[in-house]
Design a protein around this ligand. Structure first.
Ligand SMILES: Nc1nc2c(c(=O)[nH]1)N[C@H]1C(S)=C(S)[C@@H](COP(=O)(O)O)O[C@H]1N2
Ligand SMILES: [Mo]
Length: 426
């Protein structure tokens, strides 16, 4: 882990005063608007008297270094940058609610956003002209609402062996809210896309971990063909509410089915490029995988890495939660979601005998293209004992999830192994 990515507890241990300055941002705190108040979910009334270098008791004895206001039940993986995933049983809803959607930050989220002042600049060498849009300008375009699956490319990273650095996501860096906004292509058509355009890049209002204002935490994007799809969106809302501050309020992009990293948050500038966008985390090992299978743990040359586009087929059991005790002579309802990048899921099967036999579950069509698909089935267990329910999705091309880990890669992306939950039939 690089120095700039040290967590709160580690920082307090090594250098309490620096930690204090970073976390409390004293000057603001005196104004009553400190990051600490936000994160504690309450104003620190006697803030000026709070001893410097003292870790707030609310955090000191908990594993959860931070409480994210407006989020509930998430598992915090890191506080610097802030990263939190959703336990699978909390993803049971058809459309993921605002308080359940995971958070993946590469840098420091913007502190306070002035809505009326927000501008989205659109330009770049492959735009006919440059233009700046206010939120009201965007809202005057045709508004659409779509459920789109957002999954971090590193979801499932924790399972790779040998282990790879980065957030140790298990299963919950995924969600599928209904997003409210406009088609990105309607905005791009206003500025005009030159024939030589090949890529779109985004910039957001978050800061680099080093606090160097000249550096972006992340600046990625998608090929023009993806940007121009009818489902590629610029959004200000999820489930008809404003975006959560950690999910990109007031404005973000959403490209369903592609690694979450292309869906820029707090987006304030979009550029049309005549080459592959070269922003932060577009090159090297970032969000790229080897073009061919490699042996676990080997060093792969950057030249042999390719940018991740559509994500692989995957599914998640959202009921029951792992470890349920269930009366063996009654039916057990099993349900969850399945998704397959740019494709649809055509089959979802369950097994309770470690993959010897598979039973098709009822699988719904997506509410719209690039939304996850709900599945449900009911199972019976032959006798009391320990069972595992395994789920396996197959996409419209006939490609199924692997039972075990898929190919190891240097940054631990694209783990779409089957989800398993334990059931004790009693
Ligand atoms: N500006 C900005 N956009 C960003 C990021 C970021 O750190 N800054 N993280 C990206 C990554 S890696 C993912 S997986 C998704 C996560 O979106 P969420 O935090 O709303 O779940 O946002 C993407 N967009
Ligand atoms: Mo991500």
């Amino acid at each position: 882990m690089s120095k700039s990515e040290r967590g709160l507890h580690e920082l307090y241990r090594d250098d309490p005063f620096r930690a204090d300055a970073l976390v409390f941002n004293r000057r603001r705190l005196l104004g009553g608007l400190g990051r600490v108040s936000l994160l504690l979910g309450a104003q620190v009334v006697f803030a000026p008297l709070f001893p410097r270098g003292l870790i707030p008791a609310a955090w000191a004895d908990s594993d959860e270094a931070f409480v994210i206001q407006g989020k509930h039940g998430l598992t915090i993986l890191n506080d610097r940058p802030l990263n939190a995933e959703t336990p699978p049983h909390l993803l049971d809803e058809f459309a993921t609610s605002k308080e359940r959607l995971f958070v993946r930050n590469n840098g420091i989220a913007p502190d306070q956003v002035e809505l009326a002042q927000w501008r989205l600049a659109v330009g770049g060498e492959s735009a006919e002209k440059s233009r700046s849009f206010s939120l009201n300008d965007l809202k005057s375009l045709e508004q659409i609402s779509l459920q789109l699956t957002l999954e971090c490319g590193g979801n499932g990273r924790a399972e790779f062996d040998p282990p790879v650095a980065g957030n140790q996501w298990t299963l919950g860096a995924v969600g599928c809210p209904q997003w409210n906004g406009v088609r990105l292509r309607d905005v791009l058509e206003i500025v005009g896309v030159k024939p030589d355009a090949v890529y779109l890049g985004y910039y957001g209002a978050d800061g680099h971990l080093s606090r160097d204002p000249g550096k972006s935490a992340i600046s990625r994007g998608v090929p023009i063909r993806k940007a121009m799809e009818a489902e590629s969106m610029l959004v200000w809302g999820m489930n008809n509410e404003p975006l959560h501050p950690m999910n990109g309020y007031p404005l973000r992009m959403v490209f369903g089915g592609w690694p979450g990293s292309v869906s820029g948050k707090w987006v304030n500038r979009i550029v049309l490029r005549n080459r592959v966008h070269d922003g932060a985390k577009m090159s090297g090992k970032s969000y790229r995988v080897p073009r061919f299978p490699v042996a676990p743990g080997v060093n792969v040359n950057d030249r042999d890495m390719a940018i991740i586009e559509s994500m692989p087929v995957k599914s998640l059991i959202t009921f029951p939660r792992n470890g349920l005790r269930h009366a063996f002579d009654t039916d057990l309802v099993v349900r969850g979601h399945a998704w397959a990048g740019d494709h649809a899921v055509s089959r979802l099967e369950l097994s309770i005998d470690f993959g010897q036999s598979w039973h098709a579950a009822a699988l719904k069509k997506p509410v719209n293209r690039l939304a996850w698909q709900h599945f449900e089935s009911s199972l019976r267990f032959p006798q009391p004992g320990y069972y595992e329910v395994w789920a396996r999705a197959t996409d419209s091309r006939g490609i199924a999830q692997p039972m075990v880990l898929p190919g190891w890669n240097p940054k631990g992306y694209l783990n779409n192994a089957c989800h398993r939950v334990a059931v004790y039939a009693v």
